[in-house]
Design a protein around this ligand. Structure first.
Ligand code: ACO
Length: 347
């Protein structure tokens, strides 16, 4: 059978249809089911946006955040986050998504989304954490993790999380859909997507951006630092994007947050952005979300080693929305590869 050649990384190859959302790279815009994600981040609660993204019904997407007893036992035994996530998926159920009714899949998705922050906080502390009745989903995560219940800090983290719920057909989302297309259970889909997110080319660049800011140190050193980085063929972290050719629309929203929450860091970021304006001029490389997001997370008191996990607290909603959508499709995602090794024996 003749193979169809596609660009490296499947760039601009549409592999399915979705109603969850879209990224319009040339315009610097993205949306959740037609609603501007940046406007939602400024005006809505995480709970409302999660419901919109999951399936836009009247039923909540966030519910019971307590950990099932078997997961609490895994935490007490000292599991890491991947082990805990695997245990959480198993505790929720290992029924293949293709064998479930839509309502059963949704119920499992809500359980997983709701308990995930509790899992992260509990694994981090090596002891069970329990959510408070009076706090929202993201405020509870902040409180369980750091003990901070300052509403302004919680709102800053909530803004970041709303901006991060979904973002087109990125690698983690695609991974979730590939696993869902095999019919595997929801926990397997989410664990696989989380593993994809942990790569530095995807979700795990954030703490490296803080290293870069610390190396730069002062705004007036940014231009020289960048010239040296480019001369050494290094990437300037926090700039460039696979889809956006203009400013990533998440960056200015988070810049507003850093201006009020971390003014000193914000001054440095402003200097870095200004220097990039001249050093990277003409290359169509603009600031991306991860120039500002690590400073927001740091100012909220999130430990660096949990930046990617915190990203996943939000993105798990998008993954689940895509799993619910993919589960309705009948075809397994199964592409091909050109064989370029030695000729096979006997041919
Ligand atoms: N610094 C310097 N040069 C860059 C940068 C950058 N940050 N980004 C892209 N370029 C250059 C590349 O070297 C390449 O130049 P060349 O054609 O002369 O080789 C050109 O721009 C195109 O680069 P690609 O890698 O093809 O761009 P792509 O769109 O695939 O890459 C990526 C996107 C991986 C995000 C890239 O911009 C990058 O590495 N940025 C720095 C890391 C970063 O900030 N990652 C977070 C992205 S946001 C997110 O994923 C949530």
């Amino acid at each position: 059978m003749e193979l169809i050649e596609v660009p490296a990384g499947l760039a601009n190859v549409a592999v399915t249809a979705t109603t969850v959302g879209d990224v319009v790279g040339e315009e610097g815009f993205y949306h959740y089911r037609g609603r501007s994600a940046t406007e939602l981040a400024r005006s809505s609660s995480f709970e409302d946006v999660a419901r919109l993204v999951l399936d836009d019904t009247d039923t909540d997407a966030i519910g019971d955040a307590a950990l099932p007893p078997s997961v609490a036992a895994a935490v007490a035994a000292g599991c890491d986050l991947r082990g805990g996530l695997s245990a959480l998926g198993t505790a929720i159920g290992t029924v293949p998504v293709i064998d479930q009714a839509p309502a059963e899949r949704r119920r499992d998705a809500v359980r997983l989304i709701s308990a995930f922050p509790t899992l992260i906080a509990s694994v981090h502390h090596g002891a069970l954490r329990s959510p408070r009745e009076d706090l929202g989903h993201i405020a509870n995560y902040l409180w369980m993790l750091t003990g901070n219940d300052d509403p302004a800090v919680a709102r800053a983290l909530e803004t970041y999380c709303i901006l991060t719920i979904d973002h087109g057909f990125n690698s983690g989302t695609f991974t979730a859909r590939v696993v869902a297309s095999t019919g595997a259970d929801l926990g397997a889909c989410v664990l696989a997507a989380y593993c994809a997110l942990t790569g530095p080319r995807h979700g795990a660049v954030q703490s490296r951006v803080l290293d870069m800011l610390e190396e730069i140190g002062e705004p007036d050193r940014a231009a020289d630092w960048m010239r040296a980085a480019l001369a050494a063929r290094r990437r300037v972290l926090g700039f460039g994007h696979a889809v956006y050719r203009v400013m990533d629309p998440r960056a200015p929203v988070l810049a507003e947050v850093t201006a009020s929450l971390a003014p000193e860091r914000h001054r440095l970021l402003a200097g870095v952005e200004e220097a990039a304006g001249s050093v990277l001029a003409g290359r169509r490389i603009a600031p991306n979300v991860d120039l500002y997001s690590p400073v927001v997370l740091e100012a909220c008191g999130i430990p660096r080693e949990l930046f990617t996990a915190t990203f996943a607290v939000a993105r798990v909603v998008g993954w689940c929305a895509h799993v619910l959508e993919q589960a309705k499709e009948g075809k397994v995602i199964r592409p091909a590869a050109y064989y370029v090794g030695p000729p096979p024996d006997g041919r």
